[in-house]
Design a protein around this ligand. Structure first.
Ligand code: F6R
Length: 619
């Protein structure tokens, strides 16, 4: 949930670390801090609030120049987001500094033990306990930092429960940064005469695209001349090296005011990239990365999708596609709920976990639970080198590129493409659709980037509408069939960005209660299915009439040329005509634009909405 950067090499460490933090600020922005080591002196600086506050403090009082440093941007878990609780935290002697992402679940016991032993803890955080534990272990291993810090870290990690990425430095060694990870992300950037540590490659992509994936329960010693990785017992560990296939420009705003605007605009390309290389010249789908054999797929008798937030909405849409094309029963579960009920899984159950970041703890815990029940596991993920793909039998990567804005946009559309591909692939393998039917749908999918592009070209009236509604307190969203998850997604976007009451409903449920919410002038967005689904379509037109008769201000999203909705739409947003199952690819986009513009009109920072973080690495 927090962002971490570590550096050792020949450059001014402060610059590298602060630039890295700027790229990781999406992970948390409650406070920020740095530690720099120069001439045996460990200098720290930290400030509550966004990185800009820390930058101002550093400009006023620059720390001594050094070539080793680390930095942290925080999403608060233990203790309010103030200067005192900002990381780094130091031990009693001020020679060891630590930054941390995650939650140390046994910290209360550790803290009590440390205080009993005479340690003075100054913050409310779980992290500070680690600095003091390191102090004790350094004394116990009786070494200077060169020999002792990594061993002390291993000993401390063996005592910790919960999820953590830790990075520590010691004033006694200006060529050593030590990191450790359990259930929380940490990657190494391999440079020439310099090395990096970070929660996400975005932090060091400007300097190197060569990275090392750290495994579970590993400790890394980072020196300017090399990297050593061991497990928590000190045994050498095997690591996976990889090359990052996007560059620094992909992680920058490219002229847009917000990452979110850039990411919305990138959607046609992201959709196209996710299709790339997956359709053979023979028109058949090739999803070799899934690493689940055709025989295994034929044996699957149930699919369970687990995911959170926007990814969960992609899962809800997947259910319609899987049941329709692949003819398999499909359940969709909030990952955070999945392992707390008695779900029925077996070796013939395929569990599909959807996660943009691949680090969402709820999703990871759901995957582990499914693994224990011997289900087959398939991940849909956007971040190469993240934890989720490693814990699944196979993975289908979405090729959205880095998604920096906290609110998910392009990742969602590419998740939809991924689930369509999987549903069609299963249909192909199991023979539930003829080859030509699968091919026809694949051809329609290939035309989707151009359709999304067309939606983006016509968004000015949506922006105007959004600005005009900035004073409203509540907006409702209605949909049916795959339009229902789209309504949920529209409401989620508005809640998280504009901090407004927004709710999505299945339009058919209105009469069972929510219709009581309708009052004069209440804006209600309705996602209308294509006319080809005549029963569905006609039913939702009736729903629009029902709410309009009760005073709702109707904002209707319908396919172009749909004249039947016109008389009941106060505002009509037309999207290109596409098959029903693919419609979320075009109907979601206006809702993203709507929420982004409305929130901006209210003066909110859409890239960093309050209380949120991009990657939720705690349960
Ligand atoms: C909403 C949003 C979140 C994420 C959720 C899951 O815009 O971004 O709801 O979708 O936290 O994150 P991932 O997909 O990384 O598991």
């Amino acid at each position: 949930m927090c962002g971490i950067v570590g550096y050792v090499g020949g450059r001014p460490a402060l610059d590298v670390v602060v630039d890295g933090l700027a790229r990781l600020e999406y992970r948390g922005y409650d406070s920020a801090g740095v530690a720099v080591l120069a001439g045996g002196r460990l200098a720290t600086a930290k400030r509550a609030g966004k990185l800009v506050n820390l930058k101002e403090a550093l400009a006023e009082e620059p720390p001594p120049a050094g070539t080793l440093g680390m930095g942290h941007t925080r999403w608060a878990t233990h203790g309010p987001p103030n200067d005192r609780n900002a990381h780094p935290h130091t031990d009693c002697t001020g020679t060891v500094a630590v930054i941390h992402n995650g939650i140390i679940e046994n910290f209360a016991a550790l803290r009590a033990e440390l205080e009993d032993a005479g340690h003075k803890l100054r913050s409310d955080t779980d992290t500070e306990a680690v600095a003091h534990l390191l102090e004790d272990e350094l004394a116990a291993v009786d070494g200077n930092a060169r020999d002792g810090l990594a061993e002390a870290m291993r000993r401390v990690c063996r005592r910790l429960e919960g999820a953590f990425t830790l990075v520590a430095v010691h004033a006694g060694d200006d060529d050593l940064v030590v990191g450790a990870r359990r259930n929380s992300p940490l990657v190494v950037g391999v440079g020439d005469g310099e090395n990096f540590l970070a929660s996400d490659v975005a932090a060091f992509i400007e300097h190197t695209r060569d990275a090392i994936e750290l495994g579970q329960d590993q400790v890394v010693e980072l020196r300017s001349g090399g990297v050593t990785v061991t497990d928590f017992e000190g045994r050498p560990a095997e690591v996976t090296e990889y090359h990052v296939d996007w560059d620094v420009s992909a992680a920058e705003k490219g002229g847009y005011d917000y990452f979110m605007l850039k990411e919305i605009a990138e959607q046609p390309r992201a959709v196209a990239d996710t299709l790339l290389g997956r359709i053979g010249a023979d028109g058949r789908l090739h999803l070799d990365e899934m690493r689940i054999t055709d025989r295994e797929l034929r044996e699957v008798d149930k699919i369970i999708i687990v995911a959170c937030g926007t990814s969960y909405h992609a899962g809800l849409i997947a259910k319609y596609a899987i049941e329709h094309w692949a003819g398999l029963p499909c359940e969709v579960e909030l990952a955070s709920e999945f392992r707390y009920r008695d779900s029925i899984l077996s070796p013939t159950t395929l569990v599909i976990a959807i996660s943009q970041s691949g680090e969402t703890m709820d999703a990871l815990m759901a995957v582990r639970h499914a693994r224990e029940q011997k289900a087959k596991l398939l991940g849909i993920c956007n971040v190469n080198g993240s934890t989720l793909p490693r814990e699944c039998d196979g993975v289908l990567y979405t090729h959205a590129g880095p998604e920096i804005a906290v609110a998910s946009t392009k990742a969602f559309l590419t998740q939809l493409v991924a689930v369509y591909l999987i549903a069609l692939y299963i249909a192909q393998v199991r023979g539930t659709k003829w080859g030509d039917e699968v091919f026809a749908m694949v051809q329609l999918l290939e035309r989707m980037p151009e359709k999304v592009d067309k939606v983006l070209e016509t968004m000015e009236p949506v922006r105007e509408l959004a600005r005009s509604l900035a004073g409203e307190r509540c907006v409702l969203f209605l949909g049916r069939h795959v339009g229902f998850p789209v309504a949920l997604e529209g409401a989620l976007k508005l809640k998280e960005l504009a901090y407004m009451h927004a709710e999505g409903f299945a339009a058919g449920e209105l009469k069972h209660g929510p219709i009581a919410l309708i009052e004069q002038g209440l804006p209600v967005v309705v996602v209308v299915p294509p006319r080809a689904r005549d029963v569905l379509h006609d039913k939702i037109v009736s729903n629009i009439q029902e709410i309009r008769a009760r005073g709702a201000r109707t904002i209707v999203i319908a396919e172009e040329g749909d004249a039947s909705v016109q008389p009941y739409a106060d505002t009509l947003i037309s999207v290109p005509a596409v098959p029903t199952l693919l419609q979320p690819l075009v109907t979601t986009v206006p809702l993203q634009v709507f929420a982004c513009e409305l929130a901006t009109a209210k003066g909110h920072d859409v890239d960093q909405p309050r209380n949120l973080a991009k990657s939720v690495t705690v349960e």
